[in-house]
Ligand binder design. Structure first.
Ligand code: A3P
Length: 259
């Protein structure tokens, strides 16, 4: 597809994640107190990261993305963090639109001609980090594990405080109602977008291996923007694949009303 991406075990990754690094992830042993923030790209990863960073006394240090950089990152990871996992999911149509813009705006991703061309790649899973459908399905079997918290972007939009409370409770941190509301305010889209515009391009300022430029992350931050992109035929094709692939997925039930 392009020299900025390469395939590893059938899935496209950025060339910043070398084959050697990706191989070593298979044998990576997490520390007992590690917390992993996991997502398909463009699902609201930076939002959740910002929530975690704003929890008073959380004593959690955000590291750069695990698939970025060199092996020493693993040492860094081993030093901090309980093997708990927060998985953020966003409806796939908005995710696709968001990723389309990311392909267009981010110099570390291949150029893309049209929305129609991108959507075909997305449906085939021929985009960076692979298929949205397979990503969700691979976590499906773990959805009831005690050490996993699943957060949905759309629910987070609807009731940020409620979902922030879920996160602090999951992390075992006592936070007052007032502080929760303060976190909600500080992590609102407009606040985060404004702050990104004020910040300089600090390599530690994204949790995305595809860029260190935070200005590329905050675009629209809305639910349902897909309606401005999908033709009725594209929606039909998408829905058919969704129904077929996700028919046994409980996680997908949570987002289907939005997609
Ligand atoms: P859009 O492109 O639809 O605006 P990630 O952090 O996983 O890369 O996801 C980026 C997407 O989450 C972008 O979607 C971005 O605008 C959105 N986002 C980031 N912070 C947000 C916030 N505080 N509230 C709502 N959406 C947010």
């Amino acid at each position: 597809q392009s020299s900025v991406l390469h395939k590893f075990k059938g899935i496209l990754f950025s060339t910043v994640s070398s084959e050697e690094l990706l191989n070593s992830l298979d044998s990576f042993h997490a520390r007992e107190d590690d917390v992993f923030l996991v997502s398909y790209p463009k699902s609201g990863t930076h939002w959740i990261a910002e929530v975690i960073e704003n929890i008073p006394n959380a004593r959690i240090t955000l590291t750069s993305p695990i698939e970025l950089g060199d092996m020493s990152k693993f040492e860094e990871l081993k030093m901090y963090c309980k093997r708990r996992i927060i998985y953020i999911i966003r409806n796939p149509k908005d995710t696709a639109v968001s990723l389309f813009h990311y392909y267009r705006d981010n110099p570390n991703l291949p150029g893309i001609e049209t929305w129609a061309a991108f959507l075909e790649l997305f449906l085939r899973g021929d985009v960076v980090y692979g298929s949205w459908f397979d990503h969700i399905l691979s976590w499906e079997e773990h959805k009831n594990d005690k050490n996993i918290l699943i957060i949905f972007y759309e629910e987070m939009k609807k009731d940020p405080s409620e979902n922030i409370k879920k996160i602090t409770t999951f992390l075992g941190i006592n936070v007052s109602e007032g502080e929760i509301n303060k976190i909600a305010w500080k992590t609102s889209f407009s606040e985060m977008k404004n702050n990104a515009a004020k910040e300089n391009c600090d390599p530690d300022h994204t949790v995305c291996a595809l860029t260190s430029n935070r200005n590329l992350v905050f675009r629209k931050g809305a639910v349902g923007d897909w309606i401005n992109y999908f033709t009725s035929k594209q929606k039909r094709v998408f829905d058919e694949l969704f129904t077929e692939k996700m028919k046994h997925s409980e996680l997908a039930r949570h987002v289907e009303d939005y997609a």
